[in-house]
Design a protein around this ligand. Structure first.
Ligand code: FAD
Length: 111
């Protein structure tokens, strides 16, 4: 499959999430990011416009306790080799993780 577009060898068929072979880990954050890129491409096909290439990037949280949450941003496909940025434990990390969860619960399940 095409790593930049997530298009399979079948026309107009895309792959996202665990089933892809682009080299990103099997994790929800990558499945979600891939879904956004594919959705943007389908919209662009209908309406026109350019879509940025898939970066294979995502943000993960590392929990060391309720008030100790670190963040790491990883980008597997945006450059010549994978890159990451570690943010350590910050008060923002706690709020960001909480928002990450609650915003998705609201969007997907109306909770
Ligand atoms: C125990 C466990 C813990 C994990 N923890 C984390 C975590 O903490 N953070 C994280 O980011 N990721 C985590 N993951 C990984 C994450 O769950 C997956 O990467 C993510 O769910 C992949 O999304 P997906 O849409 O590709 O596949 P899935 O979420 O597996 O969705 C595929 C869907 O397709 C359905 N399906 C399958 N075959 C058919 C068929 N023939 N017809 C119709 N429907 C079908 C399945 O029932 C399923 O609902 C975890 C995975 C496991 C197993």
């Amino acid at each position: 499959m095409d790593r930049a577009t997530l298009q399979t060898r079948f026309p107009d068929v895309y792959a996202i999430g665990d089933v892809t072979s682009v080299g990103t880990p099997r994790a929800g954050t990558f499945a979600e990011g891939a879904g956004k890129i594919v959705a943007a491409q389908i919209i662009a096909r209908a309406r026109g416009g350019e879509v940025a290439r898939y970066q294979g990037d995502g943000r993960c949280y590392i929990e060391f306790g309720e008030t100790q949450i670190a963040e790491i941003y990883v980008n597997f496909l945006g450059g010549p080799k994978p890159a990451s940025q570690y943010f350590g434990t910050t008060p923002e990390g706690v709020a960001n993780k909480q928002h990450f969860g609650s915003s998705r619960k609201a969007r997907w399940f109306g909770m």
